[in-house]
Design a protein around this ligand. Structure first.
Ligand SMILES: [Zn+2]
Length: 86
């Protein structure tokens, strides 16, 4: 008895999985816009590392305050290199 219920649940699960897959294929083929997928959010302002030119996220990267201005670097190596230059 319980085995029949388990098989039924498994069948329902499989049908739902296949259905979702088909639905995704159909919507992907017909609609020009992709649902629920945003193209790279540009909410975070990036700053350029003056040593190597890499764009970094301020606050998450090593920084140095020079003449009242905060300069951000991609790594501690770049920060040290900048400090050695000036
Ligand atoms: Zn760098």
């Amino acid at each position: 008895m319980s085995r029949a219920i388990l098989l039924l649940l498994l069948a329902i699960f499989l049908i739902r999985a296949v259905w979702r897959l088909l639905e995704g294929v159909v919507s992907g083929a017909t609609s020009p816009q992709v649902r629920g997928r945003n193209p790279a959010p540009q909410a975070v302002k990036l700053v350029k590392d003056p040593v190597c030119g890499t764009f970094v996220v301020p606050g998450k990267s090593p920084s140095l305050v020079r003449a009242g201005e905060t300069i951000y670097f991609c790594s501690d190596t770049c920060r040290e290199r900048y400090g050695a230059q000036t």
